[in-house]
Design a protein around this ligand. Structure first.
Ligand code: PLP
Length: 395
């Protein structure tokens, strides 16, 4: 059923797979209860035994290379925490919020009052647009992760899009010029989705020090945990320093928790944290998501395992694409973007018909293709299907 939902969105509109899926649930009249009834969820031991199949990527006949998910599932500690956390499912996650804020406070050396968890970093990005950009100008790269622009219409935000440079990276000088035209919020996605590129750490820090005198800077570090390149720097030290900067992180990527919905924001000042809080729902993250997140934070071995597998997959896919003559952006994430040279919708449709889902179009780069890094088996399948498609086109 997911296939239909995901493949419905072939028109190049900017809605995401997740959104199509939610619309589809609505259209089919299947609410959360119906979904739960269809999916037999048994806490333990079945829940715990699901891990190896998920990790091997064998449980799904569809190759999901479209949403930058972690194909290796949850770490075992998170699985156990969910099973145990079910005993707390009748309670609001008040103690869990406190515990998570304390754990994140220790991890980032930041006052818990300046940390807000949310139902995925999506909730925090939306709140940030409402809290910091309403009625003003929001400057962001083009293309970048669409959520801040996507959520801006109700807040009467003027969207200012600054094209990426020729290497698919943020054009910081151009963004600074755009920001000096009276921006309220500047969004930097580092590494950038959909290109996977990073901004040089020293340059970004200098940019933020100048720009944050006039506008708030929101740095989305969703893919932080995949980075191995020394030129990258997290902007959390600037948050600690008290600059007008907010950094968002997520448990959806290396922690493999996209379906559980957990992320957080680190705010440069308590005043910024309070403004963000006013736009958040009460306890958006669930007891089980927080329990899983707390456990996953401690499982460094699992994160190292995923980072290693991801790096190997990235090398394989980048090399396979380059061998075929495609220009590939240097990726620091769990996806790779390359210049297909033709409208990606054509390839997307052909791949979908063969059970391989690839990334949506990212206007204005609709002749580029983004492939999420699944398992090696899934990527080999993608490369085989790409060859098949190329051959059919050439005939
Ligand atoms: N930020 C970026 C750059 C992303 O690519 C994504 C999801 O793909 C998100 C945020 C949303 O993540 P979450 O699942 O935490 O809402």
């Amino acid at each position: 059923m997911n296939d239909q939902a995901i493949q419905m969105n072939e028109d190049g509109s900017r809605s995401t797979d997740r959104r199509s899926f939610l619309r589809w649930i609505g259209a089919a009249g299947i609410g959360a209860a119906g979904m739960a009834a269809q999916t037999s969820v048994i806490a333990s031991p079945l829940l715990l035994r699901a891990a190896p199949a998920t990790r091997a990527g064998t449980g799904d006949s569809i190759a999901r290379l479209s949403s930058n998910e972690n194909p290796y599932g949850l770490c075992d500690a998170a699985r156990r925490a969910i099973a145990a956390g079910l005993d707390r499912a009748n309670r609001y996650p008040i103690e869990e919020y406190v515990e998570l804020k304390e754990a994140l406070s220790e991890k980032h050396d930041l006052d818990p009052a300046r940390i807000h968890p949310g139902a995925g970093s999506t909730e925090l990005l939306r709140a940030a647009v409402g809290a910091y950009a309403a009625g003003g100008r929001l400057v962001a790269a083009d293309p970048t992760y669409e959520d801040p622009f996507y959520y801006s219409p109700p807040f009467e935000v003027t969207q200012v899009r600054v094209p990426l440079d020729a290497d698919g990276a943020h054009d910081l000088p151009a963004m600074e010029r755009a920001a000096s035209g009276g921006a309220r919020l500047v969004y930097i996605c580092n590494p950038n989705n959909p290109t996977g590129t990073i901004v040089d750490g020293a340059q970004l820090e200098a940019f933020i020090r100048r720009v944050s005198r006039k506008a708030l800077v929101l740095v989305d570090e969703a893919y932080h945990d995949y980075i191995e390149d020394k030129r990258y720097r997290s902007m959390t030290p600037l948050v600690r320093e008290g600059l007008p900067v907010v950094v968002t992180r997520t448990f959806s990527k290396i922690h493999g928790m996209a379906g559980l919905r957990l992320g957080y924001a680190l705010c440069g000042t308590e005043e910024l944290a309070d403004r963000l809080h006013a736009h958040l729902t009460f306890a958006g993250a669930s007891v089980v998501a927080i329990r899983a997140g707390l456990a996953s934070l401690t499982d460094v071995e699992f994160q190292t395992y995923c980072r290693g597998k991801n790096a190997k997959a990235r090398r394989f896919l980048s090399a396979a694409l380059e061998e075929r003559g495609y220009r590939v952006f240097p990726s620091h994430t769990n996806f790779v973007m390359f210049r297909l040279g033709t409208d990606v919708r054509e390839l997307r449709k052909a791949m979908a018909a063969r059970g391989v889902r690839i990334g949506r179009p990212f206007p204005p780069m609709t002749d580029h293709c983004r492939v999420s890094l699944g398992t090696m088996a899934e990527l080999e399948r993608f490369v085989g299907e790409l060859d098949h498609w190329r051959k059919a086109r050439a005939a």
